[in-house]
Design a protein around this ligand. Structure first.
Ligand code: PMP
Length: 427
């Protein structure tokens, strides 16, 4: 059993007070707080081992390389990757998806199709849209009204021209968990490359890329109590070997002449330039920390918090929350609106015009700023998922997202303050 109050003590930031109040941090889908073990691992690296990897033949560089490669192995194991050569260190999920879209994109032709879904984060849409310049077409599978993926629509959008399917494991707005193993089977039958955006799954539930059998898998360290600026792209080694590099420079080459270059082995072919060694070491410490808590227990804890939120939300008049209600299909992301929030209007969004909200309703930004006065951190806006906002017919939502240090008391305070804010706004 995970004890969130005990967990909280591992995180120095919770000693801080905001406006004299304890921090209630409910923006974990954006980024998570860092425990001492991660901060200490980074500090220890810089104090004792700092040097460039794969280059020097001196002690510090050898030790640094050893730490970097051990981190790669540990993080590979954490996501169930059988071979550490399949884990490329990148800055974050965004970079991982840009890498894979750009490199795969080199092999795509006019009228080839990429299949996405309506619940994707911009980082799993925009890199694919870059390929439109080559005539590549992008299709979006719809969601159902209950906030789950419409698998029938997904299947119907597959054509002989579909070459790539990329899908989020967990929606950062709806909290919906997609059955990526099943989707992978469907697309692999048609010889389609299958990519999973694991930004919202790796931190919150056991993930096994081998079991999912995806071709590529992207994730961010900072969402799993690790440092910002480090993440991973897992790829099946034989596919990574065939893929052209994304960035050119030092470390990614075998040889360079004035005429041409040849590439280093994987994963180094995709790791041009000086790498973020300290944060790879920090991420490895984060993986150890989460493993010790137990990924199954983390998932169970968040499910309990979500169930509690579902029970308590009925006391807030006019509240509408989004996403599936079945807990086995739902991660700890809770998006909601209070009263009527007008439909998505791209012109207004672009102009930055503040949309008008009817009396008795509250704009998500007002919810977030009112909550902030009580030390409660929640998110508001489009959550980098504008197509999904349009599909849900809302301009924006507020969002609370849970993690290992959140308690039922946090959720109580959140709903009490939500009610207080609505009352203040109504007068
Ligand atoms: N995909 C999903 C589902 C996300 O939630 C996020 C972060 N909100 C990203 C991708 C992008 O992650 P990052 O900003 O760490 O690159």
């Amino acid at each position: 059993m995970l004890d969130p109050l005990k967990v909280k003590k591992d995180f120095p930031i919770f000693k801080r007070k905001i406006e004299g109040k304890e921090i209630i941090y409910l923006d974990n889908a954006a980024t998570t707080q860092k425990p001492y073990v991660v901060i200490d691992a980074i500090k220890n690296y810089y104090e004792n081992f700092n040097s460039n990897v794969h280059r020097g033949i001196y002690k510090l560089s050898e030790e640094s390389t050893d730490l970097y490669e051990k981190s790669r192995k540990n993080i590979s194991e954490f996501i169930g990757a059988p071979d550490p050569r399949g884990l490329v260190f990148v800055r974050n999920t965004t970079e991982a998806l840009n890498l894979v879209a750009s490199s795969i994109g080199q092999g795509l032709k006019k009228d080839d199709e990429v299949l996405l879904t309506m619940m994707e984060h911009h980082s799993n849409i925009v890199p694919w849209q870059f390929l439109k310049a080559k005539g590549v077409k992008i299709k979006f599978a719809d969601i159902k009204d209950d906030g789950t993926l419409d698998v029938d629509d997904y299947v119907s959008k597959i054509t002989p021209m579909t070459k790539v399917a990329s899908v989020t494991h967990v929606s950062n707005v709806l909290g919906a968990i997609n059955d990526v193993k099943e989707l992978g089977k469907i697309v692999h039958e048609k010889d389609i490359t299958f990519i999973v955006d694991g930004a919202q799954s790796v931190p919150h539930m056991p993930v096994d890329v081998k079991d999912i059998d995806c071709d590529f898998f992207a994730f961010s360290g900072h969402k799993m109590v690790g440092p910002m600026g480090i993440g991973g792209l897992y790829g099946k080694p034989d596919l990574l070997e065939k893929l052209p590099p994304y960035m050119g420079g030092g470390d990614m080459i075998k040889s360079v002449t004035t005429e041409e270059s040849t590439w280093n082995e994987i994963p180094y072919k995709f790791e041009a330039g000086t790498q973020n060694v300290a944060d790879a070491v920090g991420l490895s410490a984060a993986a150890d920390y989460l493993r010790k808590l137990g990924m199954k227990d983390i998932r169970k804890h968040e499910t309990e918090l979500m169930l509690y939120a579902f029970q308590e939300e009925r006391y807030v008049e006019g509240l509408k929350s989004f996403g599936p209600r079945s807990l086995h299909l739902r991660a700890g992301v809770y998006s909601f609106n209070c009263g009527e929030v007008p439909a998505f209007d791209i012109e207004k969004e672009l102009s930055g015009e503040r949309i008008k909200i009817s009396k008795g309703s509250m704009h998500p930004h007002d919810i977030a700023s009112e909550m902030d006065k009580e030390g409660i951190a929640v998110r508001s806006g489009h959550h980098c998922a504008m197509p999904l906002m349009a599909r849900l017919d809302v301009q924006a939502t507020a969002r609370a997202s849970f993690y290992i240090y959140n308690t039922k008391e946090d959720i109580d305070k959140f709903f009490i303050e939500l009610n207080n804010s609505i009352t203040r706004f109504a007068h």
